[in-house]
Each structure stands twice: as C-alpha cells, then as structure tokens.
Design a protein around this ligand. Structure first.
Ligand SMILES: Cc1ncc(COP(=O)(O)O)c(C=O)c1O
Ligand SMILES: Nc1ccccc1C(=O)C[C@H](N)C(=O)O
Length: 428
C-alpha cells in the first residue's frame, strides 16, 4: 500500500481501492446492488464460501444421516475443535485453548460458573458501566446464584465522559474485594480498544482473574491472549466473522487453567474417546473443549468453515491494516465534509485505541439512520445518539466510504432526516 495521505476526491477513493490488496475478497460476498452495507460489526454478510460449507454439511446430513458425525466431509463430532484450530490465530491462542461452542452470553455464564470462586473478602465481580447489557444480566444472575446481591457485589467502573473507559480507573477499582474481572476488548458503542495486556498484568499483580468479551474485536483486530496471559475470553462469530445470524460463538481458556472443572457441565465437554462410554462420571477434555455443554449446533457452525478459511487466507494483520486505513479515511471525510452539521466522532482517534467501527454521535441520530437506510446505506443505531459505521476490510470499498459521506452530507444539507421520527425501531 502507498502511504495514505488524505484527499477528499472520489478519484482518491478509487486509487485506494486499486491499491487494496484485499479488494478481490469483495467478490466472494453477496453484496446487495445499490446498497452500501456498513453494519458488518453487528451482522456480517454472507460469503459464498460460508454458503458452500453450509450446503456441504446439509448434503452430508441428506446422504449420511447419523454417520455425518464421523464420516461427513466435515465430521460433525470434531467440528468445534476443527473450527477452533482455524480461528485460534485470530486471538493469539493455541488450538487447544479455543473451542467454538455456545453463544456469547452462554459462554460468559459457563466461564463465570467455572472461574468465579468467591473466598473470604474476595467476593465481588468488576465490570464497567458501558458494557453490553447481556453481560451485565449474566453477571447479576451469577452473583444471585452465589447468594450475593448484585447491587453491592457487581462493581461497574464509571466512564468519565460516557464514551470511554480509562485504564487507570479500571485498575484503581481492582481492590482486594474483587474475585473476577470481566471487560470488553472493544466497547460496542464507542469502539474503544482496552489495553488488554496492561489490564491483565495489573489484575494478576493483585491476584485477580480476568476475562474479556471479544464480540467487537475478534475478526477486526489481532489479539495475543496467550502472550498477554489472559485467563479466559468469549465472543460471537456473527459480526466480523460473518458466521450468520445466531451462529455459534467461541471461548478461550488459557492452558494454565486446563483441568478446571466446568461450572456448567455436559457430556460434550467429555474427552472425545470417553464420551460414548456413557459413564455417569464425567471425564472432561483436557483442553478448552471441556467447557462445551451439549450437542453442537452443527448447522450454525457450518458457515464458519468457509468463513474462517477466508480469514486464515487473508490474514488478520492485513485485515487490521485495511480496517485502520478505511476508518481513518471515513473520519477524515467526516471532518472535511460534515463540519457544519453537529456531528461528534466519539471513538478514540489513535490507532491503538480504536477498533473496527466509527462511532458518530448526533442528537438526531435515530432519524439520520432511518434516512441513511432510505438512501441506500445500512448503518446501525445505538440509543440515544450513536450512528455506528463499519467499513469491513473483506467487503467494503473506499469508494463506498466516500459515497456514504456524500449521502450523509446530502441528508444533512437538505434536512431529509426531518421526515422521520427520532425514535429507534424495534431492532435498533
Ligand atoms: C459485546 C457483546 N456482548 C454480548 C453480546 C450478546 O451476544 P449473544 O446474544 O450472542 O449472546 C453482544 C451482541 O449481541 C455484544 O455485542
Ligand atoms: N445479536 C443481535 C441480534 C439482533 C440484532 C443485533 C444483534 C447484535 O449482535 C447487536 C450487537 N451485539 C451490538 O453491538 O449492538
């Protein structure tokens, strides 16, 4: 890639597209004509390879029935492990430390049930006030199961500005009353990346275990969970990883914790060769596979085969490089074109603190999003005032980014958003 040096012209967007080493991946996705999809951070688009692997698994079911478990093109019995091997490099882990299973919220429940061990004064869980609500609900219910009051035992670190979290504030809250810390890798609204290494070091220096919710980072930025010595993590595969609505999620358990009994046990956590002995004594896998519960959702795993292959081929470093450049380009265009219209860029500007989406704030955000949809752009809205825009490295072009800003400028200049109510729809 040439050095990036912002110019506002469409010719410059086209030049960036010509230099884009990942450009050919766009043809591998189903892209709706006359629509610009900027929502791959919420639900990634379908790729032809994901469709193909799903159809292959369906064909195995059609042909083989029960024998698909061991004899299919992608033997179902090992699919969570096969997919773990393909995706472990995305989080900087070994294959055994990852398993593709459950969903984000279920995996959080499993990991808290396994690693939250209140003892003496150390009984509280530390999280933050900006985290995704499902995580908070899960933590509150886990505390209740242990007989604690979430009001006193779930500590939510405050944000100074309602957008970002300061690592110092998180560290200051790591007191001797904290047994476990759960934080996002990337915040779902502002797109801020937390310094996972620093937070892990500080937690461990105080004898606290730490786990991360990687929903908004895995597939968008590189991670080094094992090198950073993170205790555990969990994430979904339907956003940046394009696994399809409700596709199976993933979890990571640091190998130093192998052997920890799963808090929520089930027979798919067994050692593979023991599972069908059907003994009433669980012999757990000696890998992250131990944290599986029941039968894998094979049809919701299948698209991940094709999708993960693409990530392996494209490489997360190249994906991050393009993502950084296209979000920078988007911010530069916003600064240049939309100065007069009351927008605030709410994500951090520094490369090492920003994830894969731009968080654009405006008091009319809900209806600006409705107008964007009407004019062919798919953004997403997060109440009360955020428009999230994610140029995705594998399928969005720089010219699309350029067009999005032109469309937005027209919506603002002509006040086209005024035709809509400034309220969210049922799903965002
Ligand atoms: C950061 C974060 N955590 C948790 C969830 C919940 O995931 P799921 O509904 O797949 O359990 C989401 C998205 O839905 C999310 O963005
Ligand atoms: N699971 C969903 C189902 C329906 C609509 C959106 C979602 C999301 O994942 C939203 C996303 N977690 C977010 O960051 O807002």
């Amino acid at each position: 890639m040439q050095t990036y040096s912002f110019q506002p012209t469409v010719e410059y967007a086209r030049q960036l597209d010509q230099e884009d080493v990942l450009a050919h991946y766009r043809n591998e996705f189903y892209i709706k004509p006359d629509s610009i999809y900027m929502d791959g951070n919420s639900l990634g688009l379908l790729s032809k390879r994901a469709e193909k692997s799903l159809l292959e698994v369906l064909a195995d079911w059609k042909e083989l029935g029960i024998d698909g478990w061991m004899e299919g093109k992608h033997p179902w019995f090992f699919l969570p492990e096969t997919l773990a091997k393909l995706s472990a490099p995305l989080v900087g882990a070994s294959a055994e430390e990852v398993i593709v299973t459950g969903s984000t919220t279920v995996n959080l429940h499993q990991l808290v049930a396994s690693f939250y061990k209140p003892e003496g004064k150390r009984t509280k869980i530390l999280a933050d006030e900006l985290t995704f609500p499902s995580d908070i609900y899960a933590l509150q219910s886990q505390l209740r199961l242990h007989g604690f009051n979430p009001e006193t035992h779930l500590i939510r670190v405050k944000s100074r500005d309602g957008r970002l979290l300061e690592e110092e504030d998180l560290i200051a809250a790591m007191t001797e009353e904290i047994a476990l810390i759960i934080l996002p890798t990337v915040l779902y609204r502002s797109g801020q990346i937390l310094d996972m290494k620093r937070l892990t070091d500080e937690a461990h220096a105080r004898g606290i275990l730490i786990g991360f919710d990687g929903c908004h980072s895995v597939g968008a930025i590189p991670h080094a969970f094992s090198e950073w010595d993170v205790d555990f993590a969990f994430w979904c595969n339907y956003k940046h990883l394009n696994g399809g609505p409700g596709s199976v999620g993933s979890l990571y358990v640091n190998r130093k914790h192998f052997g920890t009994l799963p808090g929520l046990a089930g027979w798919f956590g067994s050692k593979k060769d023991k599972q069908f002995d059907m003994e009433h004594l669980l012999i757990p896998a000696d890998t992250a596979g131990a944290f599986q519960i029941g039968t894998p959702h094979i049809l919701s795993l299948a698209p991940l085969i094709g999708s993960f292959e693409m990530f392996q081929e494209a490489g997360i470093e190249r994906i991050r490089e393009k993502s950084l450049q296209s979000t920078q380009y988007l911010m530069d265009l916003i600064d240049f074109e939309l100065e007069d219209y009351g927008f605030i860029i709410g994500n951090p500007r520094e490369e090492k603190r920003r994830g894969g989406h731009v968080s654009l704030e405006h008091k009319e955000a809900a209806r600006i999003c409705k107008a964007l949809k009407e004019y062919g752009v798919v953004p997403d809205y997060r109440a009360p005032n955020i428009i999230r825009l994610a140029p995705i490295a594998l399928y969005n072009t720089y010219e699309e980014v350029w067009k999005v800003v032109q469309i937005l400028k027209n919506i603002m200049a002509e006040k086209l958003y005024e035709q809509y109510s400034n309220e969210r729809n049922v799903v965002a």
